[in-house]
Design a protein around this ligand. Structure first.
Ligand SMILES: [Zn+2]
Length: 225
């Protein structure tokens, strides 16, 4: 195996300063700039339907792909949440679901969040607040509804006891939504550890630890999921 520094130097020579990736698989087109002058972290913004990503040159491929994935998810999630009416749209949807399945439970606030890491949603029953990850905004409606309903149900039952699951039993797409979320989490884990050409295997980043079910584990007051 080559020493890391030599491999990195060879990689820098190969990796283009500007790379275009066409749209595909639900992802918008990318324009990736790599600059040796950039020392700050990776950044991205949307421009004319293309996501422009700026990276410091010389990042290991796995780190690049992880950073690109996060930035793209953040931007597409923010846009999708806005398309769905933002926090007000989420609040309206919560009211509809709560009236239909939970006898009108109401959170004190329900908001989209871009800072939930790998969690889909969180509920803090002590103050009645709910946060839904913007990652969920890009998912199908029956999955969005399930995540929102799950958090709303925690306003009634804080834990995942049988009483909690009984609240969700009436939601017809529960099992399908859970399957979707499990598949999504598995795909995200796989995407974070792309297969690299053999000469690039110098920075074997460990796959990130993922929650079993992607649910919330906040401070003591917050309940899981
Ligand atoms: Zn939960």
């Amino acid at each position: 195996m080559l020493p890391t520094a030599a491999v990195d130097a060879a990689r820098r020579a190969r990796v283009p300063a500007l790379e275009h990736r066409p749209a595909g698989a639900g992802r918008p087109a990318l324009e990736i700039h790599r600059s040796p002058r950039r020392t700050r972290r990776a950044e991205a913004h949307a421009r004319d339907g293309v996501i422009v990503v700026r990276l410091p040159a010389g990042m290991p491929t796995a780190d690049e792909e992880r950073a690109i994935g996060q930035l793209v998810r953040r931007l597409t999630g923010a846009k999708r949440a806005a398309d769905l009416g933002g926090d007000e749209g989420l609040e309206r949807r919560a009211a509809i679901l709560a009236d239909r399945y939970l006898h009108g439970a109401r959170p004190t606030s329900v908001r989209w969040s871009g800072r939930m890491g790998r969690r889909w949603g969180s509920c803090t029953p002590s103050d009645g607040t709910i946060r839904i990850s913007r990652d969920v905004a890009s998912m199908p409606g029956f999955v969005r509804d399930y995540v929102l309903l799950h958090e709303l149900a925690h306003l009634r039952v804080a834990d995942h006891s049988p009483a909690f699951h009984a609240l969700l039993a009436a939601y017809p797409d529960r099992d399908r939504a859970r399957g979707y979320l499990e598949g999504f989490a598995a795909g995200r884990l796989a995407a974070a550890t792309p297969e690299l050409p053999p000469q690039d295997v110098v920075d074997p980043a460990a796959p990130p630890q993922d929650d079993q079910d992607g649910e919330a584990r906040r401070s003591g007051a917050a309940r899981r999921g």
